[in-house]
Design a binder for this molecule. Sequence first.
Ligand code: RB5
Length: 145
Amino acid sequence: MKKLWMASDHAGFEMKAVLKTHLQELGHEVVDLGPDSDASVDYPDFAKRLGCAVADADDGLGILLCGTGIGVSIAANKIKGVRAALCRTEYDAQMARNHNNANVICLAARGVQEDVLKRVIAKFLSAEFEGGRHQRRVDKISALE
Ligand code: RB5
C-alpha cells in the first residue's frame, strides 16, 4: 500500500472524491490537499501544494486532476523534485514510472471515463522505476532545475 497525496481544481473536484474513496477502499493512505468544494479555484495553487508535499516527502506519490490534466502538469513540474506526467492511458502510466520515475500523475477529469482513470492510476502505482540508463536521463532532468 502506498502513501498518496491528491489535489485538483474545481474541474477535478468530483472525480477526486470518487478516486479518493476508491483508493482508500484498496487500502492506500490518501492525504487530500483540496479543494474541499467545487467552487472555482486556480489550478496552480493546488498543483503547488501537492508538488511541495511530494517533493518534501521521502516516498509517496501524487495524483493531480484538472479538466484536461494539462494545467496541473505544467504547474507541478515547476516544483523542484517533482516529475509530473500527464497520463491518459495505462501505457503512459507504466512508462511514466518505468522510464521517467514520475512521482506525480496528472489526470483529465473531463473526457476520460472513471473506470479508465482507475486503471491508469493502478498501473502508475504498480509500475516501478527501471533505473539504469533511465537514471542517467532523470538525473539530467534534475540538473535542469
Ligand atoms: C478549468 O476550467 C480548466 O481550465 C482547468 O481545469 C484545466 O483544464 C487547465 O488546464
